[in-house]
Design a protein around this ligand. Structure first.
Ligand code: MRU
Length: 343
């Protein structure tokens, strides 16, 4: 279930704004088209937007009208700036852009630059899938047979190169025959849980129940949740975790109810340049996401809106971080500095 496929002269991505009603695939042929897809959330999820940016840069190089190495590099710098301005929170985007520009710097001819960028973008996508599968294997060890697992947002195949981070852990536990049940937070306001996670789980035949985000506390109080696993958009050097708005609330609830709170993320999500989660830029999104549902107003006209897309869970509330290298328990700093893909 790869959300983006490279096809030689273009890439195709599944339009996640149309799921689950329709499976519409859109073609992109350049970095600016990739930027539009990321900005409009046709593709979303930290690793997936990094991969999309990488393919966008490779396609811009491939179709560039410039005929010198220097001119193409200059064009790539402009496209990189446009891609970097799309969404501020997930570090994977900036990491992928840096990696692509480093590959461009190494080329000694235009033909080599094009070839290197395509290869690098494909490698980023393939590595991400491999990391997700490894995370799944490690994380599944934390899942007891019969576990009732709550997850938030979509950290599945749709959000990655394939397989997923938090959903990768859930997939792997299911593949091991552990007869799990998944509680899916709907994830207001963009409904990634209801529209995407529930859709992915149905495809896989993994038993799941959808709930409103505000029902999670009640569910825990009733003893119906054995563990929570979520993905992440950025993890600081001390282990503070940015993820979809509502994640922090879940972590606090887990502490209150003595439920393990796990975060699954690859090394490309770890930002060693930031220690405190307070320094993670939090994207603020359009008020219409809150005031409207499917284009219909659901709020009093003219009301002011607060719509942060992410929140930060302090490391103290995280039971363990699952990466491609294993399951890491606090203190996180020493191990994160080894696992991070970020310089
Ligand atoms: O706004 P989104 O849909 O891009 O937010 C996505 C999330 O918060 C995911 O949990 C996170 O990117 C991890 S995806 C493997």
């Amino acid at each position: 279930m790869k959300p983006i496929l490279f096809e030689g002269q273009s890439a195709r991505l599944i339009d996640q704004t149309r799921l689950p009603l329709e499976e519409v695939w859109r073609e992109i042929r350049s970095g600016p088209e990739a930027a539009e897809a990321i900005r409009s959330m046709r593709i979303r999820g930290a690793p997936a937007i990094g991969i999309t940016a990488a393919y966008g840069l490779a396609l811009s190089a491939l179709h560039s009208k410039q005929d010198s190495l220097e001119a193409v590099r200059a064009e790539l710098a402009e496209v990189s700036a446009e891609l970097a301005a799309t969404r501020p929170t997930a570090i994977n985007l900036f990491w992928a852009i840096r990696r692509m520009n480093a590959a461009a710097e190494e080329a000694t001819s235009l033909a080599e630059l094009r070839e290197r960028l395509i290869r690098e973008a494909r490698t980023i996508a393939a590595e991400d899938e491999a990391m997700c599968r490894a995370m799944g294997r490690h994380g599944a060890e934390l899942v007891p047979a019969g576990a009732r697992i709550l997850t938030h947002c979509n950290a599945g195949a749709l959000a990655t190169g394939d397989y997923g981070t938090a959903l990768g852990v859930i997939r792997a536990a299911h593949e091991q025959g552990k007869s799990i049940h998944v509680w899916v937070d709907e994830t207001r306001p963009f409904l990634q849980g209801a529209r995407l996670t529930a859709w992915e789980l149905a495809h896989e035949g993994i038993p799941a129940t959808l709930l409103c985000d505000s029902a999670a506390g009640h569910l825990m109080q009733q003893g119906q949740v054995d563990l929570v696993v979520v993905g992440s958009d950025r993890i600081t050097s001390r282990g503070d975790v940015a993820n979809k708005i509502g994640t922090y609330t879940l972590a606090v609830l887990c502490r209150q109810h003595d439920i393990p709170f796990y975060v699954a993320a690859p090394g490309s999500t770890i930002d060693l340049a930031i220690e405190s989660g307070r320094d993670i830029p939090i994207e603020q999104r359009d008020s219409r996401e809150v005031t409207h549902l499917s284009g219909q107003p659901v709020a009093a006209s003219g009301v002011q809106v607060f719509n942060p897309a992410f929140d930060v869970t302090p490391a103290e509330l995280v039971t363990a971080i699952i990466t491609e290298q294993g399951v890491h328990r606090p203190p996180f700093s020493p191990i994160l500095s080894q696992v991070a893909s970020q310089p």
